[in-house]
Design a protein around this ligand. Structure first.
Ligand SMILES: *[C@@H]1O[C@H](CO)[C@@H](O)[C@H](O)[C@H]1NC(C)=O
Ligand SMILES: *[C@@H]1O[C@H](CO)[C@@H](O)[C@H](O)[C@H]1NC(C)=O
Ligand SMILES: *[C@@H]1O[C@H](CO)[C@@H](O)[C@H](O)[C@H]1NC(C)=O
Ligand SMILES: *[C@@H]1O[C@H](CO)[C@@H](O)[C@H](O)[C@H]1NC(C)=O
Ligand SMILES: *[C@@H]1O[C@H](CO)[C@@H](O)[C@H](O)[C@H]1NC(C)=O
Ligand SMILES: *[C@@H]1O[C@H](CO)[C@@H](O)[C@H](O)[C@H]1NC(C)=O
Ligand SMILES: *[C@@H]1O[C@H](CO)[C@@H](O)[C@H](O)[C@H]1NC(C)=O
Ligand SMILES: *[C@@H]1O[C@H](CO)[C@@H](O)[C@H](O)[C@H]1NC(C)=O
Length: 842
């Protein structure tokens, strides 16, 4: 539910983000002034800077010193005309502009110091500020320069004050105030370190530190719908010989309206050129291309990276990483997976906030990914924007408001306040980070190597199984051999040592432990203090686990219900969850064969659940986090807390609650309010796509059309181009026939109606077939209708080892999954199970 809401919010913010920039932007507020000039100055076809005379209505408390020079020079930006005149302020003076539409505005200030009468503008020293922000503090321009700021005005007027320092003066050659499209700067970005969400950009003032067109020419206001200037990157490159530029402007295809960047985000010239690694001589090149930008220490910076893959000849070729200083910004970026439809040459951008440092130089690097086929990396454009500090200033020199020229003591206080706030925030962050790190470490520690078979009371599980299938009591006390004394568990877990916790789930904490009698490593799941709901779930799990014995199902070592405790004891699963091997971790990528074998194993487990007993048992929470792997990557289905027997029992009880995990949930559930075995088949189909694409089932950080894996994958499968979105690590390693069979199977699992979905047995057969195709064991043409042939081919399917496990060995796993998707709405479930128990008891 939570995920759902977040997702919805996210989508609506996306819509908001893009709609405003669909068409050429018509700014509601525009003020252009050519200061000191006696006549209007027209730049380009459409941009008229009014004369100083016309602008006096905006100006207060100024003496009228209009300077002009006839020096002839040309600035690269094509705005030379503006530099020929200036207005000089010997005392504090303020421009006031009335703003019709609240929001973000650009303030562009043009400076060119020349000598006019007694004023040598190179010696000017002044502060520029708005009501809320110091833009420039003790500023002394030394050559032609444009300073661009963007400030947020909530309503009413924007004032811009020019305040000379003691015994000095201020000047400005031209001034521009123009609305920014609301959608250009979103509220959210990602903080580079510590990695996380950064929110609140819409309330910050910013200064543009760099706006660079990588690998391309200077782009001036003429070619930018928002009158921005983009500099070429050559002067920022640390080692120009490592870089190479590529220009293919005509190939750029902006995404459809609402799907991504527009011309307003960055012009085609920017997206149509890039700087790439100069690696063609050596396909194994491994180096970074680095740009260096001068920055003020102690400020945060918003970095917007613009990409457009104009170098690849096919999707999934280009995988690379981005760094800022020594931080990872993005590891293994695969552009074709980010853009709409996976099309090449489609613009895409990403916003990151870079934390403040003590450095004067910000290094941005790109380098090849270890997972890429071609060692290459590109960057098309980059904007770096300084974010105001905690007192609203963009100037290192002056940090407090109101700006009082040469108020040494006051600004010191500001700096000190700013620094100490920064430091305490940092301490808190470091603390949080440390805790997370420890937790992670412990989780990793949790995976032990030893696997000691434990012999339990043999055939007892069968007795229980038959009891259960008669639908009698859920009491589990009949099998005392599963009971483990509380004292033994205290000993095994170092008295439930908090530092031995390896996972936390809805049910409670999971501890690692070692059974004292024989040294078996175990996972001890200790329920929260006994509640009726938890108790029901506890009993269900014991019931399920102790009666279902199968090579591909988790089993139980024992339980403890002394002293109101609810403890379940499993064995460690060496290799953790399937999910952790697919994404979100540093674990090595698995081969296609390995993945197929895991899918086959889990399909066997589920097939057994559905058919192994008189009544079908529905797992109800099939997901990659509930598929665990042992040290040999043998897959086992885990987490039976939610399981219950099939539809016959369900009808009256299952009507209102939501089940399972978001992203895996059978859509038919919404129509019929009922879960069947085919619901598991649906969820398993989602897992199949997850395995193929190695991405989260719901990923709200992706473009709208990709958020939901099931939808996205089905779209590509229907187009017959599923290979476009598969895990790049698999590219080139899957036989097309195998992929086709696999994808067809997954697609059938996701059929809208349960009746159209294959049975778990059919799925199993088809996956085995896909494995055979991969291993080229099948010579003849694959039979298109093989889904229906399951009955004729059952020997493999029927190869269950259920119920004989007790004699040989009990395989125990733990579920250490604890992410959002694992908050499995267990409360609701327990209630259901409980009400069902009651009705059965009657
Ligand atoms: C450009 O000029 C045209 C006609 O003069 C006007 O309609 C349009 O709004 C102007 N665009 C901008 C961005 O000022
Ligand atoms: C340039 O301006 C100075 C005074 O500012 C004037 O004496 C000189 O004649 C001007 N030169 C030209 C070429 O206009
Ligand atoms: C700006 O001034 C600095 C010295 O203050 C000088 O090194 C640099 O070349 C000048 N830049 C331009 C574009 O004139
Ligand atoms: C800018 O636009 C003009 C026409 O408006 C075009 O001739 C020129 O090539 C463009 N320059 C760049 C760098 O795109
Ligand atoms: C690229 O830069 C990052 C960050 O500084 C660094 O971790 C990485 O090792 C560099 N890669 C190469 C190949 O030098
Ligand atoms: C920037 O200034 C605003 C007030 O103008 C303040 O609310 C915000 O917190 C400041 N940003 C940062 C990063 O401190
Ligand atoms: C600025 O000038 C005033 C008056 O001349 C003086 O009182 C003040 O100390 C000066 N401030 C600084 C920082 O020099
Ligand atoms: C500008 O004035 C301030 C205060 O009077 C002074 O601290 C600073 O050094 C001056 N800056 C320059 C470049 O002269």
């Amino acid at each position: 539910m939570i995920v759902f809401v977040v997702n919805r919010l996210w989508i609506s913010s996306l819509l908001l983000l893009y709609c405003g920039v669909c068409y050429a932007f018509d700014p509601p507020d525009v003020y252009l002034i050519d200061c000191g000039s006696s006549s209007d100055t027209q730049l380009g076809s459409n941009r008229t800077f009014i004369s100083d005379t016309s602008s006096t209505q905006y100006l207060s408390a100024s003496d009228k010193i209009l300077a002009s020079t006839n020096a002839s020079f040309i600035t690269s930006g094509g705005d030379s005309e503006l530099y020929k005149t200036a207005r000089i302020f010997t005392r504090s003076s303020t421009y006031t502009f009335s703003i019709t539409q609240s929001g973000r505005l650009w303030i562009r200030l043009y400076f060119y110091p020349f000598v006019y009468q007694r004023f040598d503008m190179k010696s000017a020293n002044f502060t520029v500020s708005t009501q809320k922000n110091v833009l420039l503090g003790n500023f002394s321009p030394t050559n032609a320069t444009v300073k661009e700021f963007s400030v947020v005005v909530s309503s009413g007027d924007l004032t811009i004050q020019f305040a000379p320092a003691n015994n000095s003066f201020a000047f400005v050659n031209a001034l521009e105030v123009v609305s920014v499209p609301d959608t250009l700067i979103a509220n959210d970005a990602i903080l580079v370190s510590p990695k996380g969400a950064y929110q609140g950009l819409t309330s910050h003032a910013m200064e543009t530190v760099a706006r660079v067109n990588m690998g391309g020419p200077l782009v001036t206001y003429v070619n930018d719908t928002l009158w921005r200037t983009w500099l070429p990157d050559s002067s920022f490159l640390k080692e120009p010989n490592l870089a190479k530029s590529v220009v293919k402007v005509a190939s750029v295809r902006y995404p459809q309206e609402g799907e991504g960047p527009t011309e307003d985000t960055a012009p085609q010239t920017v997206y149509g050129s890039c700087t790439r690694m100069n690696s063609e001589g050596d396909p194994n090149s491994n180096f970074n291309v680095t740009w260096e930008f001068p920055v003020d220490p102690s400020f945060q910076y918003l970095a917007r990276f613009h990409f457009c893959d104009i170098v690849s000849t096919g999707p999934n070729q280009l995988v690379f990483s981005i760094y800022a200083d020594s931080w990872d910004v993005f590891k293994d970026l695969e552009l074709s997976s980010k853009v709409f439809g996976g099309n090449l040459a489609t613009p895409y951008f990403m916003d990151y906030v870079i934390p403040s440092t003590e450095n004067n130089i910000l290094r941005i690097s790109i380098g090849p990914s270890s997972t890429s086929l071609d060692n290459n990396a590109i960057l098309n454009g980059l904007e770096i924007m300084k974010i105001n500090n905690s007192v609203g200033s963009l100037s290192g020199a002056i940090s407090s408001l109101p700006p009082i020229p040469s108020s040494g003591s006051k600004s010191n206080v500001g700096v000190i306040v700013g620094v100490s706030i920064g430091v305490s925030a940092l301490l808190v962050l470091v603390g949080i980070l440390f805790c997370l790190y420890r937790r992670r470490k412990q989780e990793q520690l949790g995976h032990s190597k030893t696997w000691v078979p434990l012999s339990l009371g043999g055939g007892n599980s069968r007795t229980m199984g038959s009891k259960y299938s008669k639908g009698t009591t859920v009491s589990v006390d009949t099998n005392l051999s599963y009971r483990i004394p509380f004292a033994a568990l205290q000993e095994a877990t170092n008295n439930f040592d908090e530092s031995w916790v390896i996972g936390v789930g809805g049910f409670g904490k999971v501890y690692k432990g070692v059974l004292n009698n024989d040294g078996t490593k175990v996972a001890v799941k200790r329920g929260n203090p006994r509640s009726h709901q938890g108790l029901a779930e506890f009993r269900t799990e014991i019931e399920m686990l102790s009666q279902f014995r199968h090579r591909h199902l988790v089993s139980l070592i024992g339980y403890c219900d002394e002293k109101n405790e609810m403890i379940l004891v499993y064995e460690y699963m060496e290799s953790g969850t399937l999910k952790s091997h697919l994404y979100g971790s540093d674990l090595p990528s698995m081969s296609w064969k390995q993945r197929l074998e895991i899918c086959i194993g889990s399909a066997r487990g589920l097939h057994y659940l559905h058919t192994g007993y008189a009544k079908a048992v529905i797992h109800r929470d099939v997901k990659s986090a509930n598929i665990l792997l042992n040290e040999k990557f043998l897959a086992k289905v885990a987490d039976f807390g939610l399981s219950k027997t099939g539809p016959e029992l369900d009808q009256t009880h299952v009507s209102t609650a939501v089940k399972g995990s978001f992203g895996y949930l059978d859509p038919e559930y919404f129509r019929r309010q009922q879960l069947t075995e085919k619901s598991d088949v649906y969820s398993f189909g989602v897992v199949l796509f997850e395995v193929l694409c190695a991405r989260a089932v719901i990923d709200p950080t992706l473009p709208r059309d990709k958020v939901n894996l099931a939808e996205w994958a089905m779209k590509w499968q229907k187009k017959g181009q599923l290979e476009q979105i598969i895990d790049p690590n698999l590219a080139g390693n899957i036989r097309p026939d195998s992929l086709r069979k696999y994808a067809e199977t997954a697609e059938k699992c996701l059929a809208d109606y349960g009746v159209d979905r294959p049975s778990m047995g059919d799925v199993l057969w088809n996956l085995e077939y896909a494995l055979q195709l991969q291993e080229a064991a099948v010579q003849s043409d694959p039979d298109e209708n093989s889904t229906n042939l399951i009955g004729e081919l059952s020997p493999q399917v029927g190869d269950f080892t259920h119920a004989d496990a007790g004699a040989s060995a009990v395989h125990i796993e733990m579920s250490n999954s604890d992410d959002l998707s694992d908050v499995s709405l267990s409360k609701v479930f327990s209630q259901l199970v409980k009400s069902e128990m009651k009705s059965e008891d009657r």
